[in-house]
Structures are given as structure tokens and as C-alpha cells.
Design a protein around this ligand. Structure first.
Ligand code: 3PY
Length: 341
């Protein structure tokens, strides 16, 4: 459970600093109140008002602040850190993925950086299961048949999909989100879980999910469903390309709830169009937002969502709470709840 207002940590912060000891910038006007209220207890809050973020406003308002709650996916880089000045001592994003942060630059300046993994695991995992069902059971194509007056259920083998039962589900990345997805799929009578990660996960976790670490080629060749649940890094960028799709089963379903750039989207389009793989369910694309004219959207076998994995009211509130605690702890010189490095 999350530390709440008035918990010992908060009382400590209150006594530590009588009055508004710190100036904190909140870079987005829509950060849920839960996090703002926590910060308000002992920080003066400055808030960016523009949506989408006006960079000039952000760079002006960041000057001289002690802490930053970085509320969007705007680049957090040397430019912003320079604009802030050398007194800046605590930053937290309000996201799990931090691919938009120049982490080496933050590290070089020895500024503690937090992020908000874990609290969004269940929301993202729920959505991933939704995509997995939608893509394997042809929801998008089915809906289009109604729109186009092509409801042909007099055919016996109409709109047949892929079974989840007895499937091998392969995870590319098997951290908190991947494991939350695997937990949910436990209710769907799947056969087994494979995963590809840099490091092996704990033995108990492998046992809990009947999961086996395999190399990337084995993951591609043996999985009925592949779920991308890894961070975007220089090592993961573009790894799902034509070469990878050509190693997958023709009946395979690809799910991506991580970052669009892990997939080469042109190659994915070709693989789906030519039916080299069965279908894809994507919550993330490259770029975002995706143009309404993008060719990916013309495909029957691609279910595409506008990056809404963590978009539930409770999850957003929890993300703001964790981010605020991270910022407060950084200001107090204490370890953050979820440090990013
Ligand atoms: O937190 C993240 O990294 C997300 O993509 C969800 O907004």
C-alpha cells in the first residue's frame, strides 16, 4: 500500500522544514491532486499551465527550483537542467518508462531521479490482456464487417481466431508488467511462458509462472503470442524487424504495450499485410500520436490503441502520489521510493 499523507514519512518532512522550504515545479497542469497536495505541505508549487507543454514556459518556470515533478513525456535533458540551475536536487517523472530522459546527464549532475513503475503494472497488464484477446479474436476486423455491411455469419468458418488455451506466451521483457500479464493469463489455461531478458528473473518467479528464459530466436520461433514488455533502450530499439517476423509462427500474435520504437513499424506493416504473422495488438506506436492516415490503420489484423495502458483514474492518482514522494524524499536527502538509477 502507498504511504499516505500524515504517514511517518510525511510528518518527518513537515517537521524537517517549517513553512515552504522548497520550490517545486510541476511540469503539467493535469497532475492529479493527490500528488500536488503532498507537495503543498512544505513546498511552494510552481506549475506549467500549457497543454501540450510549451517548452519556453517550462524553461522559464524551472529556473531556480529545488525539485521537479516531471508530469509529461517532454524531453528531460541538459537544456532543461541548465535552465533549472545548480540548486536542483530532486526530480521524479510520472511514468514507468523514462526513454525521454537523458539519464546520463541527470546522473552526471548527481541529481536523484525517481519514476513510477509498479503502480501502473495492473492497469497496463489488464490492457495487454484486452489487446491479446482483441487481436487474436479479430475484434477490429469483426467490427469493420458490421460497418461495411459484410456480416456473413452464414459461413461456418467466418472470422476464426487463435486460441489462448494451450498457448505458449513469450515475453520480451519480464519485469513487473510482464509478470502481471502472466499472472492474469494464468486464468486462460495457457501452456507455458517463455521470456527473453538480459538477466534471469528469480527462480521463485520462474516457478510461479512456469516460465523459462530462452534466447530471442527461440522466443520468436516457439511463441504463439509474443508480448513486448521491455524498456526502450538502444539495445531494444527496432529489434522486432523483418528478420524477427520471419522467424515467428504464421499464427503468431504480437502485443506491444511498451514503446513503439521497439518495433520496426514498416516491417510490422508488411508482416501483417502479407499475413506472415496473424495479427498485432498495439498500445504504442512510432510515432505518437500516429497519423490518422498511417497505413497501419488500414489493416484488418492490427488493433491499435492511443497509448492508454496506464490511463485509469486510480493509476494516475497513484502515479502522482509516488512521484510526489520521490520528489520530497530527494529534497530531504533520503532514498526515493522508486529511484530510476
Ligand atoms: O509510464 C509509462 O511509461 C507509460 O508509458 C504510461 O504512461
Amino acid at each position: 500500500s502507498l504511504p499516505r499523507r500524515g504517514s511517518s514519512n510525511q510528518s518527518q518532512n513537515r517537521t524537517m522544514s517549517a513553512g515552504k522550504a522548497f520550490k517545486v515545479l510541476v511540469t503539467h497542469p493535469e497532475v492529479p491532486q493527490e500528488g500536488i497536495d503532498l507537495l503543498k505541505e512544505n513546498c511552494e508549487i510552481i506549475q506549467v499551465q500549457s497543454v501540450p507543454t510549451n517548452r519556453a514556459e517550462l524553461l522559464e518556470k524551472i529556473r531556480g527550483v529545488d525539485g521537479v515533478l516531471w508530469g509529461g513525456h517532454e524531453p528531460l535533458n541538459a537544456e532543461a537542467l541548465d535552465a533549472a540551475g545548480p540548486q536542483l536536487k530532486s526530480i521524479s517523472t510520472m511514468s514507468a518508462g523514462i526513454d525521454y530522459v537523458d539519464v546520463p546527464e541527470v546522473k552526471r549532475r548527481k541529481i536523484p531521479l525517481g519514476h513510477t513503475p509498479t503502480v501502473l503494472n495492473t492497469a497496463v497488464a489488464d490492457l495487454a490482456v484486452g489487446l491479446l484477446i482483441a487481436a487474436s479474436r479479430r475484434f477490429h476486423e469483426g467490427r469493420k464487417t458490421i460497418d461495411n455491411d459484410k456480416w456473413e455469419n452464414y459461413h461456418l468458418n467466418w472470422l476464426l481466431g487463435q486460441d489462448i488455451r494451450d498457448a505458449t506466451v513469450g515475453f520480451y521483457g519480464f519485469g513487473g508488467i510482464g509478470q502481471a500479464i502472466a499472472k492474469r493469463l494464468g486464468g486462460f489455461d495457457i501452456d507455458k511462458v517463455l521470456y527473453t531478458t538480459r538477466r534471469r528473473v528469480h527462480k521463485e518467479i520462474e516457478e510461479e509462472f512456469n516460465a523459462k528464459k530462452v534466447d530471442f530466436d527461440t522466443l520468436l520461433a516457439e511463441s504463439d503470442f509474443i508480448v513486448i514488455a521491455s524498456p526502450l533502450t538502444k539495445d531494444t530499439q527496432g529489434v522486432f524487424n523483418a528478420t524477427a517476423f520471419n522467424k515467428m509462427k504464421q499464427t503468431a500474435v504480437l502485443i506491444n504495450i511498451a514503446r513503439g520504437k521497439i518495433v520496426n513499424q514498416d516491417d510490422l506493416y508488411e508482416a501483417l499485410k502479407s499475413k506472415r504473422i496473424f495479427s498485432a495488438g498495439l498500445d504504442v506506436t512510432d510515432p505518437e500520436p500516429l497519423s490518422p492516415k498511417d497505413k497501419l490503420l488500414t489493416l484488418d489484423n492490427a488493433v491499435v490503441l492511443p497509448h492508454i495502458g496506464s490511463a485509469t483514474k486510480r493509476t494516475r492518482a497513484d502515479m502522482s502520489t509516488i512521484a510526489a514522494h520521490n520528489v520530497l524524499r530527494g529534497l530531504a536527502g533520503e532514498p526515493m521510493l522508486s529511484p530510476a538509477y
